[in-house]
Design a protein around this ligand. Structure first.
Ligand SMILES: [Zn+2]
Length: 492
């Protein structure tokens, strides 16, 4: 028997109340399926944890590189590093190795969400520019609450199988999350973003949007990010193609690219129009954090991206959340919600109580717009992917109703619906995510030398990415856990 992490009937979520009362030792007993013979040695050490050398054995290993799976493979780790991944002959177990027997299961790298925002709550209170509820939810309080309790999002990520995330824009305090205690996902953090628009969603004494009004502002901003050890220089490049804004801000985007390169920091760009996305690639963008969404991508775009090695982050499903806010209807069956903390869950459920929603005919029109947009994004994703441009899965979590953690399931399923194979989406959600973070050397695949993050799945992820919903165990930094350990502690 294993926990069902999928949502129950609409409006509920299946918790494990009877399990919650069990002792840590009992948890394990509950979670052990009869055929999964976790050795007694491992079981005993699960609280103080296993010895330095640990191995997941017998499962089908899908290593995240796109290579053929290894049947009955060995994934061996020492501390938080993988030391050998291969057949039992290639990877004999050192004496004293504790093991998790994963026979009949699949072993994959931990997922990477390459586009999240810890400065956003997953609901509209974090985006008052989308819907202004500041009277009931004062913005400074919302941000203070996010800052004070990042561990609840760390839990939802781990509970959802996500062992690394890229925060691609937020308040300066997000830099400090990289020093937060384990267990948590590995983090790359861009920090405050350079914006072509003097956006107002800031705190009176703290900014997440730094307006790049001129070259001096760009220089100061990049120097600041560099001083904070930022993992990326993110530019919010909102300029109508062909407009005076594009003429004004293109040189500033290019300057940001030059300065970032000089300091050895990757440039990442929000540019959702075809022509501005080309501007971004020419300026040296390592990552486009969104799809091209105004028209079909053309040959010039594909050639530019391919030549530059730019990574494409499709963020397919974030638009659905905005539609659901407009419609005042949180469709809680899009992805599993068990991992979501009670604060966020309660906010999402209260969506229907916000006054002033659209009239039914306007809801229908909004749904049609969403469908048109989704179709274009899906078609563009397939063109980009088929051209050989690396695609990295990213959800834009933190945006309204794109909840931190489980949104990855919906995003991966949408990528398959767009026409990628489950194996291709697996690579996009592991190795390519690590590449987007600038961490491919240490994260994203099951290869010797990399961080020991992995998931054990009950069904075949190369058949269906829904397999990621059925995780029996996860290893985070070399330590064995069950997803149930990361269920919210503050269940209502
Ligand atoms: Zn974003």
């Amino acid at each position: 028997m294993k926990p069902d992490l999928r949502p129950g009937v609409e409006g509920t979520r299946s918790r494990l109340p009877t399990v919650a009362a069990l002792s840590p030792r009992m948890w394990w007993a509950f979670l052990l399926p009869p055929l999964l013979a976790l050795s007694a040695q491992t079981l005993q050490s699960s609280q103080s944890h296993q010895s330095a050398t640990f191995a997941v054995v017998g499962g089908t290993v899908v290593d995240g590189t796109g290579r053929e799976p290894i049947e009955e493979g060995h994934v061996v780790m020492d501390g938080d590093r993988l030391t050998c991944v291969g057949t039992p002959e290639e990877c004999p177990l050192p004496d004293g190795t504790e093991t998790l027997d994963a026979q009949g299961r699949w072993v994959v790298p931990g997922l990477v969400d390459a586009h999240v925002h810890f400065s956003q709550s997953g609901w509209v209170d974090g985006r008052p520019d989308a819907l202004d509820l500041r009277e009931e939810h004062p913005y400074p309080e919302v941000v203070a609450e996010l800052r004070s309790a990042p561990e609840r999002f760390f839990r939802t990520y781990l509970c959802s199988g996500v062992t690394a995330v890229f925060d691609v824009g937020g308040y300066p305090w997000t830099f400090d999350l990289r020093d937060a205690p384990q267990p948590r996902p590995d983090l790359a953090v861009a920090g405050p973003l350079l914006s072509t628009r003097d956006h107002w969603v800031n705190l009176p004494a703290e900014r997440q949007f730094v307006h790049i009004s001129d070259e001096g502002a760009v220089e100061e901003a990049v120097a600041y990010l560099s001083s904070r050890g930022s993992d990326a220089v993110k530019v919010w490049y909102l300029a109508e193609p062909g407009s005076a804004d594009e003429e004004r801000f293109l040189p500033l985007l290019q300057r940001a690219g030059e300065l970032a390169e000089a300091r050895g920091i990757p440039l990442i760009v929000h540019a959702t129009a075809l022509e501005t996305a080309k501007d971004a690639i020419r300026a040296g963008a390592h990552l486009l954090v969104h799809s091209v969404g105004d028209q079909e991508v053309d040959t010039e775009f594909l050639e530019l991206a391919l030549a530059a090695g730019t990574i494409y982050n499709p963020t397919l499903v974030v638009h659905e959340g905005y539609h659901e806010i407009r419609a005042r209807h949180f469709r809680d069956t899009r992805y599993p919600l068990d991992c979501v903390d009670s604060v966020t869950f309660a906010k999402a459920r209260s969506t229907q109580e916000i006054p002033g929603g659209l009239e039914p005919e306007d809801v229908a029109a909004s749904a049609r717009d969403l469908e048109r947009q989704s179709r274009l994004l899906a078609e563009n994703l397939l063109r980009v992917h088929e051209a050989g441009i690396p695609v990295a899965m990213g959800t834009d979590a933190g945006n309204p109703l794109t909840l931190h953690g489980p949104s990855v399931h919906h995003e991966m399923e949408a990528m398959v619906d767009a026409g990628m194979t489950p194996m291709e989406v697996l690579v996009a959600s592991t190795r390519n995510g690590a590449r987007a973070m600038g961490r491919e050397d240490v994260l994203g695949t099951l290869e010797a030398g990399k961080r020991a993050h992995l998931l054990v799945l009950d069904s075949d992820p190369t058949e269906s990415v829904a397999a990621f919903r059925d995780m029996s165990h996860l290893v985070v930094g070399g330590r064995l856990h069950t997803p149930a350990e990361f269920l919210p502690v503050d269940s209502p």
